[in-house]
Design a binder for this molecule. Structure first.
Ligand code: K1U
Ligand code: ZN
Length: 172
């Protein structure tokens, strides 16, 4: 297991649409372990494979709160939103690929998600609260969508400009 470097805005890799996972093999299980380690190291509550540069439809989530609380890792392969409720909720989101920037995003408050687990079994879950927000944020990553795409163009352009300048400074 290893901590992988995170892909940061404005890297165009973040805009790629990730490919479905066709078989749950050792390489997929190794990637899941690396993603969990990277997510815990960051620290974050979620991570999509594309954020470590791998264009596969895999995401990890752990919403356990305290450091001393037992870890509750969840791995979702080929997740799909099967149903979104009508009620909406607003959450202040962050993104490990856009460090230290937070903004309120409105999304469906409750969703049903179908996915494959690490044993290759097809599963479905009903999610609300932070799990629903986090799943939607991560599934967006699999489609090349970032949470800043849900805010005003003015704010989005400002963030992109700031991170583009920072990337040019570190490239020298
Ligand atoms: O996908 C990502 O970039 C991870 C992101 C997930 C997320 C956060 C908030 C709303 C929706 C999705 C993060 O984990 S940002 C870091 C973060 O939220 C956090 C970090 C440490 C403790 C608690 C939260
Ligand atoms: Zn993110």
């Amino acid at each position: 297991m290893s901590v992988k470097p995170l892909v940061l805005l404005p890297d165009p890799v973040l805009r790629q649409v990730s490919e479905p996972i066709v078989s749950v093999d050792e390489a997929v299980r190794r990637l899941a372990a690396d993603m969990l380690e990277t997510m815990y190291d960051a620290p974050g509550i979620g991570l999509a494979a594309i954020q470590v540069g791998v264009p596969l439809r895999m995401l990890t989530i752990d919403l356990s709160k305290e450091e001393d609380e037992e870890k509750a890792p969840q791995v979702f392969l080929n997740p799909e939103i099967l149903h979104s409720g009508d009620e909406r909720s607003i959450y202040e989101e962050g993104c490990l690929s856009i460090p230290d920037y937070y903004a309120e995003v409105e999304r469906p408050a409750a969703i049903r998600v179908g996915y494959i687990d690490l044993d290759g079994a097809r599963r479905e879950i009903e999610a609300d609260g932070l799990l629903a927000t986090c799943l939607q944020h991560e599934i967006d990553h699999l489609n090349g969508v970032l949470f800043i795409d849900h805010i005003s163009k003015l704010k989005r352009d400002m963030v992109i400009r700031k991170f583009t300048k920072a990337s040019k400074r570190t490239a020298v």
